[in-house]
Design a binder for this molecule. Structure first.
Ligand code: M6R
Length: 620
């Protein structure tokens, strides 16, 4: 949450910072700001609201400054207003910074600084960092000498960072250092793009790729000091380190909207190709096997796993829940699914033979990172299912499988979800094949898996039909989503999609649970979305549909193509192609994504930037 960007080069910094912030806006969008350095002065502009507001504010700024820092905020400490927005400048007016993360000991540090006479302007934890650096820089910390080998700015930053508890991605400038930006990271992502005589620092590669495809991914407790004649990387304890330049593996086109109105719609429609990429080279129909390159070295350990724990948050957790059903049914490995935020604070039983699978689109979710750390401390093998290449989770896990769906920018996760489920399906089928599935069963599942992209294409053709269903129901403020078996998590995901972008209250349920309480919510016209595809739960879910209809609920039914019987039970019907139970979520979720999308649009909402949310939740 929060996006930071910084530039040092030959071009005008302002348009580059604004463009970078627009690319990072999905990380937070309640306020924004930039600071530009020119001739010994730092000029800061900041405002409540989106980057478009900042653009308006800076539209008359013609400065040719070639160095600056910028920030788009998702408020943690202090309301979204101009004072709390970044960049923040210290009491001495020399140091200015942007921060992404949370400083946990900020109250203690603030009290200490206030006791020394430092005045604060904002309610943020970030201002503590800038004032701490400023305090040290101004020479007040007399008990510690600046070593000859270090300049004062670098020294003050390092010393301050060593006093912080919490997480940060930082870009810092000092008015005494015309050509220098210091950036540092702990727990919040930070990438240094290295171009031709220019550097661009950002929270993620989308703000960099337009300028260069070469980047350095900073790890925790590392910093970079960038000057016009080069840069150096070091730890916050002042040990110089060498970092490899890595290629940014996606193109500018992938992060553009092209002909779509919204990223969410683009990403929903990208699913067939995204899944083809995800399966490409992995699903080997000829040999009836699945090759997952990233985990070859641990394949034996996985096959012999005594227990698998899947962890993640939000949509990734829903994918994990489907993974549990798949791994238990197809591979017969006992599997549990845990919210990362709960897992990290429990005392889970992790014994020899326990494999933990962390699922995350961004690879930066704070709770998932903490869960991985805990699992590793307890000796578990940790496998990452991640989309963003080079992200923290991809680097801290023992092995991993990339989703390969390209950048996902819409805050509501869509193509990452289907790919997470697809990867879990591949894993379950392959482990099953190695353990007990017959060759025939495995071969048939592989063929079915391979058919998913085309079947998804056929569902997408129903977008207009799904829009008409949304038109009839979008004004209803309470919806239920129900499924059984593999489609219970699909129902949870459908409800989450609707509530996060349309602000409609929605509940996902295992359909049989309805009569244990939630049925009380059903009144005349309550939309009840059922996933009632042919398969082992078909008859049972028909009874649940009847129960809703008897109470006046309006049924929106996702059914299997060619199922004539279901028509009598559906006020609205959406048909999807037939696949085995275990693969149904891959298809059934697509109409639910479209239903949420169209409903939110009809309510006049910004589907890509829903209120209060941010794409990657890098704070606890
Ligand atoms: O990047 P991650 O997959 O770790 O993110 C986890 C959740 O924050 C995320 O899935 C969230 O629930 C989405 N906004 C749902 O659409």
């Amino acid at each position: 949450m929060c996006g930071i960007v910084a530039y040092l080069g030959q071009k005008r910094a302002l348009p580059i910072l604004l463009e970078g912030l627009k690319r990072l806006e999905y990380r937070g969008y309640d306020s924004a700001g930039v600071s530009l350095y020119k001739d010994g002065e730092v000029l800061t502009s900041k405002t409540k609201g989106r980057i478009s507001e900042l653009e308006k504010l800076t539209s008359k700024n013609k400065t040719d400054a070639t160095m600056g820092i910028g920030h788009t905020r998702w408020a943690t400490h202090g309301k979204p207003n101009e004072i709390n927005s970044h960049p923040h400048t210290d009491f001495s007016n020399k140091i200015t910074l942007v921060h992404n993360g949370i400083i946990e000991n900020y109250t203690t540090l603030k009290k200490w600084l206030v006791s020394k006479g430092v005045e604060f302007k904002s309610d943020t934890d970030s201002e503590v960092i800038v004032n701490l650096i400023g305090y040290l820089y101004s020479g007040y910390d007399s008990d510690c000498e600046i070593p000859d080998t270090q300049d004062k700015f670098e020294w003050a930053v390092q010393r301050a960072l060593n006093k912080l508890i919490g997480s940060y991605g930082l870009a810092i400038i000092c008015s005494d250092y015309p050509d220098s930006i210091i950036c540092a990271r702990k727990g919040s992502p930070l990438i240094l793009g290295v171009g031709d005589n220019e550097y661009i620092i950002a929270s993620d590669a989308s703000a960099i790729v337009e300028h260069t495809k070469q980047a350095i991914y900073l790890s925790d407790n590392e910093m970079a000091i960038i000057n016009r004649d080069g840069f150096k990387t070091l730890t916050i304890d002042n040990i110089e380190i060498t970092k490899d330049l890595k290629d940014i593996e996606f193109s500018l086109e992938e992060i553009e909207l092209s002909s779509y109105d919204h990223y969410m719609l683009k990403e929903i429609f990208e699913q067939p190709e995204a899944l083809e990429r995800c399966f490409g080279g992995r699903v080997q129909l000829g040999e009836s096997k699945i090759v997952l390159g990233g985990i070859t070295d641990m394949a034996r350990k996985l096959t012999r796993a005594k227990k698998i724990i899947i962890t993640g948050c939000g949509t990734a957790w829903h994918a994990g829940l489907i993974g549990e059903y798949m791994l238990e049914q197809l591979a017969r490995i006992p599997t549990e699914v845990e919210y990362a935020s709960e897992f990290r604070y429990r005392n889970p039983i992790i014994e020899d033979g326990t494999v933990v699978i962390a699922v995350s689109q961004s690879g930066e979710t704070a709770d998932t990172l903490a869960a991985i750390e805990m699992a590793k401390e307890r000796g578990a093998i940790v496998l990452g299912l991640v989309n963003v290449v080079g992200s923290t989770i991809s680097r801290m896990t023992d092995a991993g499988i990339y989703l390969r769906v390209g950048p996902e920018i819409g805050v509501a996760s869509t193509k990452a979800f289907t790919a997470q489920v697809a990867v879990l399906a591949m894993l379950a089928i392959e482990l099953g094949r190695r353990r007990h599935l017959s060759n025939l069963e495995a071969a048939s599942l592989l063929k079915e898996l391979d058919s998913i992209p085309d079947k998804t294409r056929s569902i997408l053709k129903q977008s207009e039909h799904i829009k008409t269903i949304a038109e009839e129901n979008y004004e209803q403020n309470n919806w239920l989503f129900m499924g059984r078996g593999f489609n219970y998590p699909t129902a949870l995901e459908g409800a989450l999609k609707l509530k996060e972008i349309s602000y409609i209250h929605a509940e996902g349920l295992a359909a049989a649970e309805m009569k244990h309480g939630p049925i009380a919510l059903i009144t005349n016209g309550t939309p009840a979305v059922f996933i009632a595809t042919l398969g082992s739960h078909y008859e049972k879910i028909i009874s649940n549909i009847e129960e809703v209809r008897a109470r006046g609920g309006k049924t929106i039914v996702i059914a299997t193509e060619g199922d004539e019987n279901i028509k009598a039970f559906a006020d609205h019907l959406i048909s999807i192609p037939d696949v085995p139970d275990s693969l149904q979520p891959l298809l059934a979720v697509v109409p639910l994504q479209l239903l949420a999308y169209h409903s939110a649009l009809l309510r006049g909402l910004d589907v890509d930037k829903p209120r209060n949310l941010a794409k990657s939740v890098t704070v606890e």
